[in-house]
Design a protein around this ligand. Sequence first.
Ligand code: SF4
Ligand code: SF4
Length: 499
Amino acid sequence: MADIATPKLDGKIRIPLMEEGATAHYHTLESSPALNEALGYPGELVDNWQEKAIEKFREVLDTNKALRVFMDICVKCGSCTDKCHYFIGTHDSRNMPVARQDLMRKVYRRYFTLGGKLFPKLVGAEDFTKEVLDEWYTYFHQCSQCRRCSVFCPYGIDTAEISMAARLIMNHIGLGSKYSNEIIGKVYNTGNNLGIPAPALQGTMEFLEEDVQEATGVDVRYPMDEKGTEVLLIPPSADFFSAPHVDSLIGYGKVFHEAGISWTVSSYASEFANFGMFVGDFHAMRKIAQRIKDVAREFGVKRIIVGECGHAWRVGHSFWNTLVGPWDFLDSRYPVPQHICEFTLDLIKRGGLKLDKSANDERIVTFHDSCNVARASSMGGYEGGQFEVPRDLIKATCNNFVEMAEDTIKESTYCCGGGGGLLTDDLMELRIQGVLPRAQALHAVMESHGVNYLALICAICKAQFSKVLPYYDIPMEVVGGIHQLVGDAIVLGGAKHEV
Ligand code: SF4
Ligand code: SF4
């Protein structure tokens, strides 16, 4: 573990005293020329970067009307100031959402408003200097695009949209983040964020079959690249190799086995994540989504079910139709995509799964709402379903469920601190500081109710919490997926269901 000081948890979330510029030295690694060029961006900062940035800014304002409105309507009411986990964790006043927005707003005013062109000082307008560009790079990579601040803004100003636009503009002048751009490049080349080749994926699936057979005595299949199945499952690629993610993949397989539904994963569409959203690049988002559609068509599946991945659920649920629809070659009785939690809960409600809740009796479970699911999607086809479906599923699989404090869950959930393309080791200090409010809320229920399992439906949350909670003396073993609970509670061979 890195030597990073953390406060002692006491279960209370406090608004900190401000320290302007406390995290000004956090600088995520810049993307290499080769990585940038592979995504169609200039290799490095172009000579006339200011002119190009303004040009791109104008284009973004013309295509994203909401962004222009967000630039114009902030009344500096202050409601958002204490709502960001990075401000709470880092104390840096520039991590207040309105301050982050103002980094873009002052440039907007200078080049796109009459007042800013004529009297810049009077209206808080500033030239787009190299110093301002450096601030953009620093602080737009200290926003996980979680949208918590927008919930509390009376005008609904969405800092995530602003941060995405800033990253898009920076990429277009040759200044990108290594972490996000490398991942997008890996998806283009291998089909998944981790760059895992097909034989390694196949090896994992075979290993899981042996493992489950050994543990349960039942032949549960974990198929790959099988054409003509009913379902194409798109998990986040971490499900193939990372812990605790893989336990959810085991759970998905057991659910399909019990449902009697044929399914497969694809070695190319082997990733649900879509980092195109984090860099605000709709072309990248489309290209990443298109490969899933192509594989679904090629395999001749009837439906697409997706695994536990938060931001990808937003992309799939909210953007897939616009990006790559229509999906008229699939069975119209099912939503596209369908979340694995929707699928499993529906199966349970129809008697298609036999569950032994006592198998999870050692667990006292709480649930962390992932930002992109909670604030940017829905689930189950009804309002609030994104909150209820995961909770109903947890309650169906275990006897002990406890909620964290009301102001830290559902639409008010705090980010894990690693979303939005910030799950990189070069931002470890920020990640550790950013998890603070969630860690406090978790600590409170660990103390009051003995909670020992943090149930999740996001691959980034799982990776982030496993890594940073130990800095606060919370063991990584508390972290797990909802389908890990499902997989452990399923009585294999217990019920058969006509689908
Ligand atoms: S979107 Fe989230 S991370 Fe970004 S400023 Fe708002 S609260 Fe902070
Ligand atoms: S809550 Fe909205 S209007 Fe108020 S300061 Fe923040 S961004 Fe501006």
